[in-house]
Design a protein around this ligand. Sequence first.
Ligand code: DGI
Ligand code: FE
Ligand code: FE
Length: 205
Amino acid sequence: MSSRTEEEKIGSDPVSLRKCMERELDPKRYEHTLGVAFTAAALAMRYGADMKKAQIAGLLHDCAKNLSSEKQLRICSKHSIAINAAEQKNPSLLHAKVGSFLAWHKYGIEDREILDAITWHTTGKPEMRLMDKILYVADYIEPGRNQAPNLPQARKLAFEDLDECLFLILRDTLTYLSASKTEIDPMTQQTYEYYRAEREKGGRP
Ligand code: DGI
Ligand code: FE
Ligand code: FE
């Protein structure tokens, strides 16, 4: 990892970050990353969030994705990053926490909104803030995605009603995870239940 002063410059500049990610990620993951960054910026425009922060969060959200599980586990142990049982069993969940750490440590991002959005981009969490929701939704609907169910509906809804779109994605993700019998992170379950209750409070069936 290079020195912090150089990284601080990188951190505030989406163009340099894009170049870093092009080097760091495989071509498919890099394309996905660009898609998430542009989609997050568009959602930020729509909902009055900071476009530059949304772009940076999008560019860095999967920055740990190409590191091996062993390497990610080593980073966690070296820097005292707590790992839960689900992450232990399924280290592919770890790239969110590790990515947030690297965004700070390696790329010099100090903005909490960006770092939190990266931390929660895979599982979500109850009481997400606007930037968390924007990144979570952008990750799912970016133009390169083609496998998830209800994508056309999610894409339209994202620009009409962000919370309703968030709920649709949480519901479909949980359905998918339950069917595929993979370990469900308690945070994924809690997030779904929290937003289902919020939605019911708002009078939706
Ligand atoms: O990194 P990406 O592929 O762009 O997407 P992501 O960060 O949402 O993570 C990839 C997968 O993680 C996605 O298919 C949904 C899945 N996921 C979300 N919550 C959980 C989960 N996988 C498991 N095993 N358990 C979860 O609770
Ligand atoms: Fe991810
Ligand atoms: Fe992603």
